[in-house]
Structure formats: structure tokens, C-alpha cells
Design a protein around this ligand. Structure first.
Ligand code: IPM
Ligand code: MG
Length: 356
């Protein structure tokens, strides 16, 4: 089991250290190699995704990724910004299927910005298409507007596009996932306005014919954004395109009380995967030892389950996380009166102890 460790920027190195500690506490043998990515790689090698890092990632069975980004790189040209590392890895490895679970842990029900009864027991899975859509569509750029009311003015444009096979494969991923859970899929689109998403809706409906045991609903993205805060427990699996998935997954994460708790997995056709917390690099708290490592630790559990076929070890990690929450241990982002405030390292140590 060959794992590429890419800690990245901000709190990335701190939280990845804790996840590696947890992996090493299992009685399994891993081959781990670390490489710089994002701003850290730009500093070290002049590029956010150096060839050596990309090659290491390609050769690995799985990638454990921290986070990338820092305001200090905002003025760099786009191709050199830290975010290009994660976009480049997704594209180069064909990581088209992004799983973002939004689970509200019993002990954190009161940390949500919604009323506790709306989120207690919440368990949604967002399946986001990750290598197509307006994120990667060509052509894109800046030019002089060729037509319209402002012809001749400076303009910028991107292209939203999806091919049938891209929609089919992500729809299958979502229906297969739903079969393992509540057997309901909500496909989110903007078919009332966009050609691309009328096509999306049609193709998802076609694929659904192979899944008569799964219920399929279609919902416009604006309505989905509203329903997520109105009645989030109505959802089971949400499947959507790259950009809508980016937005809705951030929204869904907040329902659970803390983005610091949510793992994610991005898989390709070979089940090779990149695993990362759903949150970002949080440069404002980097180096202070207060970041919540649980999302990364839970991402390591997803990695064991999806890419390394060690579901028993994954179950053990998830149980250990529940144990430390039940013990009342909280990093500042999930702290509330009556619980014990701990730092990043203490939280990691507590998970290791709970494993034993
Ligand atoms: C995410 C992030 C990325 C995205 C950025 C960092 C490129 O927001 O993983 O959701 O937009 O996909
Ligand atoms: Mg995002």
C-alpha cells in the first residue's frame, strides 16, 4: 500500500502529521513518501505541482492531501497559484468522482447554524463531478467582445460543457453509492436555463433506467440551495456538476456544525484516489497548533476503505473519532461550554489512544 503524502500549505502539514500518526498506529504496513505541493512547492521548486510530485502521485495507490493556498500568492499569475496543484492533480489522474459526505455528529448538533432538530442525524452524500464543466471547458480567456451590445469592449469568457460519457459515469457512481445507503438520488441541474444542464438531466434519467431500485428526483440548483437549509434531511445522495457541487458542498458542510470534521475522496476509474479534508489551508491559524485534524483523519479512513480495501481499519478510525468526541475533546472550531478544549496534536494523540 503505497501512499503519497502531500501536506501543502497553511494548516496542511499539521493536520496531515496527525493523520499519518493515526495510520501508523494501525497494524498495517504502508509505504509513505512525502512531496511538496501548492505554495510550498512553488517556494521549493517554482511550480505548485512539480513534475516529481505529480509522478509520485501517479505511482501511488492513494494520495493523502492536506490543503493548498495562501493570500500571499494571490498576485501570482493563475498558472502558478497553489489552487492549480489540486486542479492539475484532478485532471492528470482523472479524478472525476468526488465524494463529500456531510454528516452531523450527535455531539456536534448544537454547533450547526441551523436548529438542532433540523440537523440531528443528518447524513448526506454529495457526489460532485470533478474534471469537467466550466472548470475545465475550453475555450476560455479574454478578448475583445465579438458581438452583443458591448461589441469591441474587453470581455472574459469560460465554457460550460459536458459530454455524455462524463455524465453517465458520474451518474453511475451516484446510483451505486445510493444503493449502499438510502436509495435516493437528487440530481441537481439548471435545466431551465442552461443547455448543458438540460443534457445533464436527460443523461442522468437515461442511466437511471439501469437502477429501478433507486429513486431519482431532479432539482434546480437554486431550489437545492434553499432546500439544503430548509429541510436538509430530505436528501440522501446529491449528484451534480463541478461548479454547482463546489458551491453546494460548502453549504452542506456548514449544516454539520464544522467544516473541520468533513473528509472527502476523489476517485478515478481505477479507484486510485486523492483524499483531503473538505476545508482549506486556513493560513490565519497555521502554525498555532489549534487546527482540527479530524477531517484529515477521517479522510485517511476513506482512503483505507475506497483505495486500499481495508474497510475494517477504516471502521476502527471512524469509531475512534466518535470516541474522542464522546470523551468531550474539542478543538476550538467545535468547542462549546462544558467540553474540553484541545490542540491539534492532543486531538491526534487522543484518536491514537482510542484506537488501542
Ligand atoms: C474545492 C475547492 C477547489 C474547487 C479550489 C481550491 C480550486 O474550492 O475543492 O472545493 O473549487 O474545486
Ligand atoms: Mg470549494
Amino acid at each position: 500500500m503505497n501512499i503519497a503524502i502531500l501536506p501543502g500549505d497553511g494548516i496542511g502539514p499539521e493536520i496531515v502529521t496527525e493523520a499519518v500518526k493515526v495510520l501508523n498506529a494501525l497494524d498495517l504496513k504502508f509505504e509513505m513518501q512525502t512531496a511538496p505541493v501548492g505554495g510550498a512547492a512553488y517556494e521549493a521548486a517554482g511550480h505548485p505541482l512539480p513534475e516529481a510530485t505529480l509522478n509520485l502521485a501517479k505511482a501511488a495507490d492513494a494520495i493523502l492531501f492536506g490543503a493548498v493556498g495562501d493570500w500571499k500568492y494571490d498576485t501570482l499569475e493563475r498558472a502558478l497559484r497553489p489552487e492549480q496543484a489540486i486542479l492539475g492533480l484532478r485532471k492528470a489522474l482523472g479524478l472525476f468522482a468526488n465524494f463529500r459526505p456531510a454528516i452531523c455528529y450527535e455531539q456536534l448538533t448544537h454547533a450547526s447554524s441551523l436548529k438542532p432538530e433540523l440537523v440531528a442525524g443528518l447524513d448526506i452524500l454529495i457526489v460532485r463531478e470533478l474534471t469537467g464543466d466550466i472548470y475545465f471547458g475550453q475555450p476560455r480567456g479574454r478578448r475583445s467582445a465579438p458581438d452583443g451590445a458591448f461589441a469591441g469592449s474587453e470581455e472574459a469568457f469560460d465554457t460550460m460543457r459536458y459530454t455524455r460519457p462524463e455524465i453517465e459515469r458520474i451518474a453511475r457512481v451516484a446510483f451505486d453509492a445510493a444503493r449502499q445507503r438510502g436509495k435516493r438520488v437528487t440530481s441537481v441541474d439548471k435545466a431551465n436555463v442552461l443547455e448543458t444542464f438540460q443534457f445533464w438531466k436527460d443523461v442522468v434519467s437515461d442511466v437511471h433506467k439501469d437502477y429501478p431500485d433507486v429513486q431519482l428526483d431532479h432539482m434546480y440548483v437554486d431550489n437545492a440551495a434553499m432546500q439544503l437549509v430548509k429541510e436538509p434531511k430530505k436528501f440522501d445522495v446529491i449528484v451534480t456538476g463541478n461548479m454547482f457541487g463546489d458551491i453546494l458542498s460548502d453549504e452542506a458542510s456548514m449544516l454539520t456544525g464544522s467544516i473541520g470534521m468533513l473528509p472527502s475522496a476523489s476517485l478515478n476509474e481505477k479507484k486510485q484516489g486523492l483524499y483531503e479534508p473538505s476545508h482549506g489551508s486556513a493560513p490565519d491559524i497555521a502554525g498555532k497548533g489549534v487546527a482540527n485534524p479530524l477531517a484529515t483523519i477521517l479522510s485517511a479512513a476513506m482512503m483505507l476503505r475506497f483505495s486500499l480495501r481495508q474497510s475494517e481499519a477504516a471502521d476502527r478510525i471512524e469509531a475512534a473519532v466518535k470516541t474522542v468526541l464522546a470523551q468531550g475533546l474539542r478543538t476550538p472550531d467545535i468547542w462549546s461550554a462544558g467540553t474540553t478544549r484541545v490542540g491539534t496534536t492532543q486531538m491526534g494523540d487522543a484518536v491514537v489512544n482510542a484506537l488501542r
